[in-house]
Design a binder for this molecule. Structure first.
Ligand code: ADP
Ligand code: 5GP
Length: 206
């Protein structure tokens, strides 16, 4: 029996490996729908409009907010980021598991609107490794990297708000753990109401 689609929120410090992890999750497993956010930040080399993000001007983004076209939005290091409503609602209706890769303010806003959402926080094994990954990615200036590391120190204060913590040390292991957590969430009674109703009727209890 099919269970309801789950809304999964993945957050973590910039450079923790969230993007890499998501890419591998959809390569290795079927049935995941990744939400594509809107942002006012500039595309990095290799990023395409409509694939990694919908890249918008500040005016375009503010219009989306006014039109209630985003289910949440936040500012991060001087730019707007937000989740388009249409895709998430459409995929949830189809019963798909939808993954939002968003920062903490957005994650908490989602938990309020969708109390059954599963919130995961991805951390690197150490701060030194985080800096190495951010520098190794080579997509931000030293100044932006420092800004993101300062933001990471703030975000670390909110880890307890999440349901699960994933340490992204070995990528393969972390992807397996991520999938296992989502798989386990499908077994919660709240997501199996149809079956519960069926077995109760079959048993004929009162
Ligand atoms: P985020 O999306 O969280 O900002 P990225 O997915 O862009 O992070 O990863 C940051 C950098 O770290 C990239 O260069 C990526 O190749 C590398 N990386 C990601 N996961 C791992 C891992 N498990 N081990 C080593 N390097 C990793
Ligand atoms: P980046 O610029 O590295 O792609 O993303 C910066 C931060 O913005 C990351 O923490 C990422 O998770 C977050 N982010 C991406 N999309 C959204 C979104 O739609 N909403 C919110 N609140 N945060 C987002």
């Amino acid at each position: 029996m099919k269970t309801k689609g789950i809304l999964i929120v993945v957050s973590g410090f910039s450079g923790a490996g969230k993007g890499t992890l998501m890419k591998k999750l959809v390569e290795d497993y079927e049935g995941y729908s990744l939400s594509i956010s809107a942002t006012t930040r500039s595309p990095r080399p290799g990023e395409e409009n409509g694939r990694e993000y919908f890249f918008l001007t500040k005016e375009e983004f503010e219009k989306r907010i006014a039109d209630n076209a985003l289910i949440e939005h936040a500012q991060y290091c001087g730019n707007y980021y937000g989740t388009p409503r249409d895709y998430v609602e459409e995929q949830m209706t189809l019963g798909h598991d939808v993954i939002l890769e968003i920062e903490i303010q957005g994650a908490l806003a989602i938990k309020k609107q969708y109390p059954d959402a599963v919130l995961l926080f991805v951390a690197p094994p150490s701060a030194a490794e985080l800096r190495r990954r951010l520098m190794g990615r080579g997509t931000e200036t030293a100044e932006v990297i420092d800004k993101r590391l300062r933001r990471a120190a703030e975000e670390a204060q909110g880890i307890e708000e999440y349901d699960y913590l994933l340490i992204n040390d070995d990528l393969e292991t972390c992807v397996k753990e991520l999938h296992a957590i989502i798989d386990a969430a499908h077994h919660a009674p709240v997501r199996n109401e149809e079956f519960i109703e069926k077995i109760r009727q079959e048993l004929g209890g009162n």
